[in-house]
Design a protein around this ligand. Structure first.
Ligand SMILES: Nc1ncnc2c1ncn2[C@@H]1O[C@H](COP(=O)(O)OP(=O)(O)OP(=O)(O)O)[C@@H](O)[C@H]1O
Ligand SMILES: [Mg+2]
Length: 374
């Protein structure tokens, strides 16, 4: 059902190189979180610390009521079973075919029969679109297929927490779009807590519930997507809008003279771009961690940049939302809202929709969503 991860005062150095200092954040149970930061700021080290592969110098990593850095080896081993991890390099075993790679955690950590293992492996391979590639070796498949195989392997133990390091690096934009949709769909299906490290700004802007940004050994900001996408904080603004103007330089940090030169030249960071609607599960269901569009801005008195929450079809998702939820839960649409779906129905970014009434059509047949929603 997803587990909350609470990181408190985490500090990590390698020799004299301080990677991060006093990092604290809470990854809410069941939500999708994205971690950003310039190359070499310690994102992969952070993931490895979360799963207990690297020991921090100081601080706590609470997984439920267990503090990971302080667990005895036997309990650490048990706690690790909560995690599915896709490492940055995929980490597939080169001499094993894709089927055996994906089956590996099941053979290693469970007493399941080969028939049960086969059912699970084939289900996950179908989920990530790899059916037919069972007998190929990692060296015989494309980079995108390797990522998906790594993702399938990360999913076989039905993890409560999924850590994914740069799922989109080296992928073309179309495959990245499919992978992003897959991540959102997987979160809807599993309710696990997700942490995704990415350099892809479009992914960061449209996929997560929360965004964190690491810079200069610190977590500059961590919070709801809308908070960071409407932030005027120079580092956050520069990074999320992929600009050269701002405190981040080619070798991580600009010096004072570079910043003064920028100011003299009248470089300003420009207007904040609109906040895009969040990518929704392709079958139209609601995720457990889903926040209504515009809710954070409204609750915090922030006016989102003009054009925010409007999808490619011109629909404003702040207005669509109550109707969308009503269609999901079978509750009556709020007063004044038309009962018919919009002309080109479908959640934002979810691609072509099946015809009305077909399975997966939007709005779907009225049935209450499983579990509680916010
Ligand atoms: N096991 C290790 N021993 C010593 N130094 C390490 C180790 N692992 C990572 N580092 C150093 O820690 C720093 C952060 O590395 P990390 O791999 O976490 O960066 P990153 O933010 O993931 O970068 P990228 O975006 O390029 O993947 C780097 O300077 C790296 O050289
Ligand atoms: Mg990395």
């Amino acid at each position: 059902m997803g587990v909350e991860i609470r990181v408190e005062g985490l500090t990590k150095s390698f020799g004299r190189q301080v990677i991060w200092q006093d990092v604290s954040l809470t990854l809410p149970a069941g939500e999708i979180n994205v971690l950003l930061g310039p190359s070499g700021t310690g994102k992969s080290v952070f993931l490895k610390s979360l799963v207990g592969l690297l020991k921090p110098d100081r601080g706590h990593i609470w997984i439920g009521d267990r503090d990971l850095p302080r667990l005895p080896e036997s309990q650490l081993y048990e706690t690790r079973k909560l995690f599915g991890v896709l490492f940055q390099d995929g980490a597939l075993f080169g001499s094993m075919n894709i089927y055996d790679n994906i089956a590996f955690p099941l053979r290693e950590h469970t007493k399941k029969t080969e028939a049960e293992i086969r059912r699970i492996v084939m289900e996950k391979m179908e989920m990530v679109g790899l059916l037919g590639a069972e007998h190929k070796l990692p060296g015989e498949i494309s980079g995108g297929m390797k990522k998906r195989a790594g993702l399938a392997r990360a999913l076989v133990l039905e993890p409560e927490i999924l850590l994914v390091d740069e799922p989109d690096s080296g992928l073309d934009p179309v495959r990245t779009a499919y992978l992003n949709q897959l991540i959102v769909d997987l979160n809807a299906q599993t309710d696990a807590t997700f942490l995704i490290v990415t350099h892809d700004i479009n992914t960061a802007r449209t996929v997560p519930d929360n965004i964190g940004l690491l810079f200069r050994r610190e977590l500059v900001m961590f919070g709801p997507r809308e908070m960071l996408l409407s932030s005027e904080e120079p580092v956050v603004r520069q990074f999320l809008n992929a600009r050269r103007v701002g405190p981040i330089g080619m070798s991580e940090e600009k010096d004072v003279s570079e910043l003064e030169a920028e100011a003299r030249m009248g470089h300003d960071p420009g207007k904040l771009p609109p906040i895009p609607p969040q990518l929704m599960p392709s079958d139209g269901r609601l995720r457990r961690g889903q926040h209504p569009p515009g809710a954070w801005c409204a609750a915090n008195g922030v006016t989102p940049p003009p054009g925010s929450f409007i999808d490619d079809l011109g629909r404003n998702w702040v207005e669509e939302w109550p109707r969308y939820v009503a269609a999901q839960t079978g509750a009556p649409a709020p007063h004044g809202a038309p009962s018919a779906p919009p002309p080109h129905g479908g959640p934002p970014g979810a691609g072509p929709q099946p015809p009305p009434g077909a399975p997966g059509a939007w709005p779907p047949p009225s049935s209450p969503p499983p579990g509680g929603r916010r």
